[in-house]
Design a protein around this ligand. Sequence first.
Ligand code: COA
Length: 192
Amino acid sequence: MGTLGGHETLKATPAMDSLMSSSELLPRHGPGFTLRRLSTADLTDFQDYRHDEELGRYQGWLPTPDEQASAFLAEMSVAPFPHPGHWVQIGIAEPESQRLIGDIGVFLDLDATSAEIGFTLARIAQGRGVATAAVRMVVDVIFKCSAAERVIGITDARNLPSMRLMERVGMRRIETGRLSSAATPAWSTPTS
Ligand SMILES: CC(C)(COP(=O)(O)OP(=O)(O)OC[C@H]1O[C@@H](n2cnc3c(N)ncnc32)[C@H](O)[C@@H]1OP(=O)(O)O)[C@@H](O)C(=O)NCCC(=O)NCCS
């Protein structure tokens, strides 16, 4: 296992502003992508990038058979978002075709004051700033629809594209010792 690095971003105004529901906030459109709920219709595209070994190198997930992936997508299509104590995955899609090109996982701590994110973008869509803009948008959605006052991301210290992304988003590096044990290690444990 490699060394883990953590980054965090804080809510700019931790005031008592009224929270919006995620159905008011999704889908949302950004430059070159749509952020939307996952669907069972995403199975082929989801399986394509989830079976890319290079993409999963530093991820906690392993490729799963179609039946299992389909059940996961069905669950994610209706899962409350965010859902304290659970990972919920949101899709990144091409704006016109709605083809799935990636996903962003959000784990809201049980006390709902802190969230963790994990992100994946298919190789065909990388290198254009899509993941950065999508992560920035998800952080905004988390702050708008939950009481979370900080969002963290944990990555393998060898995962330079992931760390560059979090820095572009404005997250700052933190000691992993400060991270909550509630943060699911599945996202922080590399598979190699
Ligand atoms: C982490 C990951 C999403 C980053 O993908 P990415 O394509 O580098 O990120 P973006 O889509 O934001 O693109 C940014 C890159 O495009 C470049 N770029 C080109 N045009 C750009 C534009 N118009 N705007 C912004 N960036 C642009 C940036 O310079 C940057 O490249 P660099 O890091 O070499 O400088 C991707 O590597 C991945 O899915 N990895 C596997 C999963 C993983 O390990 N996730 C992290 C653990 S949670």
